[in-house]
Design a protein around this ligand. Structure first.
Ligand code: SAH
Length: 490
């Protein structure tokens, strides 16, 4: 889909500048042509990038340093897409992917790239975006070295699998192939924890469906029942939650499903999530417990967390602990501070910080997540936090503009933000600037919106003091980073 989009501009890229002046008419390349190419950069979607006669080519599955033979698939005005035909000389950074489906599957994009280079790729991405979008030329000392994983596999505590049929009409549960909704019936994901347990759940759900004539959902017709299977795992507790996403409020013979799944190691609960919409969004709003508990527990640092199926929870618990430690370090708490934690999810960062702050206020738009957050505060006996449900861009101005709440609340020492990929809303940023905390800690999962938001905050009197990439999503192109801003006049 991405490659066919006519309105799309040049795919974003790392380390290679587009050649604006080049035109296809002048270029000696046409669809179907084969030629040799040196891969000199990596694009935003993990493709290799090489330049021939001034024209940039994007080559899926090629890695930086490869000398490859490619075939032109599509030409645009100043760039083209080519398919990898043969690796003539493998890059010193090329690695054999652990997963046999790495090339087909849409989940990982960087398995063939050396892990040290993956970290460099991610750091370059953040640096480039801060420079290009934010206009920052940061001094080298601002950067803390990227934090990777010792074993950058088997880290995910959540897996979600589409349910459909294979070409022989049998139930297929697996992964979507890259850029499509075709299901690859693979149950072993090398990014997931507890591969065996997950495989057992999938096998048992598939058998239950076959035996009881339960149909998978068909995206084309909107008919059929079971859409997705979601498995969540609490790394510290070993608890497993199986969540079946269905196009209906009930499953036939739910007790038979429960009987099949109960013996699986660690299974704490089975939940049915209802999603009757014609949508790409996996989860619906309503969940019902079929068996056991409706949530799992996990522990990060010294804090226990309850996690419901609808609440956001970081997918890499090993790195999450390092991230939260980093937030704590950047927040420079002494015990007297008032802190806002915006986009707080189930209150993870809020509770982590509350241990070292005077008072923490959390804001989150998803109501079940706030219910989890409040419960988590009680569960840990943490009394100096308060949570508000709503949009950060409404809750924060709601207090500030009306002068509602205690003075410290309106003039906090630290504000932490951890927004989704689209970054912070303008109104939220404006209110942060007006509240003028001494420090802002920005946790980001999209460095383009990070750069945009930091540009605004720096125009409003802040400066970037520290920045770091923390690899939450090893083997994929997704980048997590954290930045510390100080108010210049403080
Ligand atoms: N800090 C948390 C969650 C970060 S993910 C953690 O580390 O676990 C981002 C969170 O922002 C999600 O929980 C999402 O539901 C929430 N969110 C999205 N848009 C929001 C908005 N406009 N206002 C407040 N929260 C929002």
């Amino acid at each position: 889909m991405r490659g066919n989009d006519k309105k799309k501009k040049t795919p974003s890229q790392e380390g290679v500048k587009p050649q604006k002046a080049q035109r296809a008419e002048a270029a000696p390349f046409q669809k179907g042509m084969e030629f040799e190419l040196l891969i000199e950069g990596m694009g935003a979607e993990g493709q290799g990038i090489g330049k021939a006669e001034g024209i940039i080519f994007f080559v899926k599955d090629a890695v930086i340093g490869d000398r490859v033979c490619v075939k032109v698939m599509k030409m645009k005005k100043s760039y083209g897409y080519a398919r990898l035909l043969e690796i003539i000389e493998a890059s010193p950074y090329r690695r054999k992917p652990r997963c046999p489906y790495a090339r087909q599957c849409g989940g990982c994009q960087l398995q063939a790239l050396d892990y040290g280079q993956q970290l460099k790729y991610k750091e370059d991405k953040v640096r480039n975006n801060l420079r290009r979008i934010g206009g920052f030329s940061l001094e080298e000392r601002i950067w803390d070295p990227a934090i990777g994983m010792d074993v950058p596999y088997f880290y995910r505590n959540k897996a979600q699998f589409p349910v459909g049929r294979d070409k022989d009409g049998r139930i297929a549960i697996g992964f979507y192939a890259a850029r499509s909704h075709q299901i690859i019936p693979n149950r072993k994901c090398f990014l997931g924890m507890e591969m065996d347990v997950i495989e057992q759940i999938l096998d048992n759900v598939a058998s239950y469906m076959e035996e009881n004539g339960v149909s998978p959902y068909d995206e084309a017709t909107g008919k059929g029942l079971v859409r997705h299977l979601l498995v969540r795992y609490g790394r510290a507790t070993g608890e497993v939650l199986a969540c079946i996403v269905a196009n209906g409020k009930r499953l036939p013979h739910e007790e038979r499903l429960a009987e099949r799944l109960q013996p699986i190691k660690g299974l704490a609960g089975i939940v049915l999530n209802v999603n009757e919409e014609n949508t790409n969004v996996i989860l619906g709003r309503e969940s019902r417990r079929i068996w056991g508990k409706g949530h799992i527990m996990d522990v990060i640092g010294d804090v226990k967390y309850q996690i419901s199926p609808l609440s956001f929870y970081q997918v890499n618990p090993v790195q999450t602990e390092k991230l939260y430690q980093k937030v704590l370090e950047y927040a420079e708490l002494t015990g007297n501070e008032t802190v806002w934690d915006l986009y707080c999810g189930i209150g993870t960062i809020s509770l982590f910080l509350a241990q070292k702050a005077r008072q923490v206020y959390g804001v989150e738009v998803v109501e079940p997540a706030i219910e989890d957050a409040k419960r988590n505060a009680n569960l840990n006996g943490i009394g100096n936090v308060e949570f508000f449900v709503g949009k950060a861009e409404e809750v924060l101005p709601g207090f500030y503009e009306k002068g509602k709440g205690a003075g410290e609340m309106l003039h906090p020492d630290v504000i932490v933000v951890d927004p989704p990929r689209k970054g912070c809303d303008g109104k939220c940023l404006e209110t942060i600037a007006r509240m003028a905390p001494e420090r802002v800690v920005y946790v980001s999962c999209d460095s383009a919106t990070l750069a945009r938001d930091l540009k605004y905050l720096c125009e409003e009197g802040y400066e970037i003091k520290r920045a770091q990439v923390l690899d939450m999503f090893c083997q994929t192109v997704h980048v997590e980073s954290i930045c510390l801003l100080h108010r210049k006049d403080s």
